[in-house]
Design a protein around this ligand. Sequence first.
Ligand SMILES: Nc1ncnc2c1ncn2[C@@H]1O[C@H](COP(=O)(O)OP(=O)(O)OP(=O)(O)O)[C@@H](O)[C@H]1O
Length: 254
Amino acid sequence: CPDASQDPNPQPASSRRRHLHRAPLSSPGTTRRPHSPASCSYQSAFAKEEKSYQDAHSPLFPCINHCRRLAAFFSPPAVSRKNNSMDYASSETTVMPLDLLREITNDFSEERRIGSGSYGKVYLGVHQHGKRIAVKILYDMPGIDDEQFQNEFNNLTRLRHQNIVRLVGYCHNIQEIQVEYKGKLVLAEKTHRALCLEYMSNGSLDKYLSGNEDVFLVLVGILIYHFKNLELENSPNLVLQMSVIDMIGRQAME
Ligand SMILES: Nc1ncnc2c1ncn2[C@@H]1O[C@H](COP(=O)(O)OP(=O)(O)OP(=O)(O)O)[C@@H](O)[C@H]1O
């Protein structure tokens, strides 16, 4: 049974990354029901991710989101996208029900929290079959969070590189909850957004770099050098950008 609470279309992706438009997340009056985990084929995605997990031993791996943002900055706008986020997502990025995320993170317990950033808290999720992922629950930031989620989702989905952590799933769940308002119980919507990433067991790159600027420069150079291999869409600008990145990376490594 399809999961009505697990909105498969968090935001219609616009045709160009830098010109996103907001749209209703669901039709008014949509009934939201508990999801059926059986309806989600997330396990097959993890089978495909097996090799990535095995390769994730480089100390460069933890430098994830900063690399993604840097790469997203250099990447060209998306073209010819259908007006649907699921079309935008790769086949390896799957919907992850909120209940599943609760289950694998011990209900987002403090013991499972591995960090937090400007946009949310990060938890270690351990599946029944032992596979580990990082679950980043985004903060509820009224007004702009849907667009931020769409931006982050689009950027993460389009990047594929052996040295950049992969987005393996996402969750966009709207719950109807009862809250007290002016002495009365009213229904309110609570939105849960999460990005599920490969788990990097070495943690954040920060702890390797503190107080060592030379190492930092070298590592950034290597990372930039590797961006030339990103599977991004072709454009004349991209060729120029990649050659510049290549040059910077080479110089940093020398
Ligand atoms: N995929 C991951 N695997 C393992 N640990 C992770 C992963 N993603 C994040 N973390 C941990 O969670 C912390 C917070 O990460 P997050 O991406 O939320 O913020 P940030 O990028 O470090 O900071 P900001 O978002 O403020 O720029 C990281 O420092 C790291 O320790």
